[in-house]
Ligand binder design. Structure first.
Ligand code: A3P
Length: 284
């Protein structure tokens, strides 16, 4: 069990992140107009979104997603490995990040890069995170869900407060180069949401290509794809029996949070997300 790396008050995974690099990324990393950025708070369905966008790029051909690890197809800006991969790329890039807006490369804000920000019911994010992070040596492991619940509400979890992260990125939602999506709409209408992504990225797929994107990004297909399910991560330094593909459902929090916890969460949500129209949160 490790603790965190702290940068500007935000806890980051203790392995694979360095404060000097985080500073350099914020101040010097150049985002280009042609880049596509997939941004999320952790456990919001990031890897599902990455898989979909990769498959859109190949028009549903699964060769790429089945032969190259997901973190190489869409490197993480803030991870030391991802950052060095991105620095070697010369043309347009697909990249992912969990960085809160105030730590993101400043160059984004004057670029036309396309950004997809994916949100998910934070109660499901909390439960998913509890089961995921506890199986890693990247962060401080909670002894119980009760403890993790407190940490989550106080933002003492990897990448900080869900509320601050979401408020920060959602403040950009009116910009033309940002598409705001939710895990819940992706679950409810996967085909329609993939079409929305295609339209935003300026990609046209034939109906049979769209069928292939759906097929190869399904929960089952990703669970069986070792390039996407994290199972090639050796059980030593980082992983401790880690599974990305846990349940893949909306509303699983109801099986884990008590009534008292759910009420405390509702209160916090109302306070912290005041000013944002409720229709932005399709689960509320
Ligand atoms: P659960 O833990 O609730 O199952 P991230 O990629 O941001 O770490 O998010 C992981 C969550 O996304 C996990 O949620 C995982 O099961 C879910 N997920 C990943 N791929 C999915 C898919 N193809 N369909 C539905 N959910 C998916």
């Amino acid at each position: 069990m490790s603790d965190y790396i702290w940068f500007e008050g935000i806890p980051f995974p203790a392995i694979g992140t360095e404060t000097e690099i985080l500073r350099e990324i914020r101040d010097k990393f150049v985002i280009r107009d042609e880049d596509t950025l997939l941004l999320t708070y952790p456990k919001s369905g990031t890897n599902w979104l990455i898989e979909i966008v990769c498959l859109i790029q190949t028009k549903g051909d699964p060769k790429w997603v089945q032969s190259v690890p997901i973190w190489e197809r869409s490197p993480w800006i803030e991870s030391s490995v991802g950052y060095s991969l991105l620095n070697k790329k010369e043309d347009q890039c697909l990249m992912s990040s969990h960085l809160p807006i105030h730590l993101f490369p400043k160059s984004l804000f004057s670029s036309k890069a396309k950004v997809i920000y994916l949100i998910r019911n934070p109660r499901d994010v909390l439960v998913s995170g509890y089961f995921f992070w506890g199986k890693t040596n990247l962060v401080k492991n909670p002894e119980s869900l009760e403890i993790y619940f407190e940490w989550f509400l106080n933002g003492k979890v990897p990448y900080g407060s869900w509320f601050e992260h979401t408020r920060g990125w959602m403040s950009m939602r009116e910009k033309d180069n940002i598409l705001l999506l939710s895990y819940e709409e992706l679950k409810k209408d996967t085909r329609g949401t993939i079409q929305k992504i295609c339209q935003f990225l300026g990609k046209k797929l034939e109906p049979e290509e769209l069928d292939l994107v759906l097929k190869h990004s399904s929960f089952q297909a990703m669970k069986e794809n070792n390039m996407s399910n994290f199972e090639i991560i050796p059980e030593d330094k980082i992983s401790n029996g880690l599974h990305l593909m846990r349940k893949g459902q909306s509303g699983d929090w109801k099986n884990h949070l008590t009534v008292v916890q759910a009420e405390a969460f509702d209160k916090m949500f109302q306070e912290k997300m005041k000013g944002f129209p409720p229709e932005l949160f399709p689960w509320e």
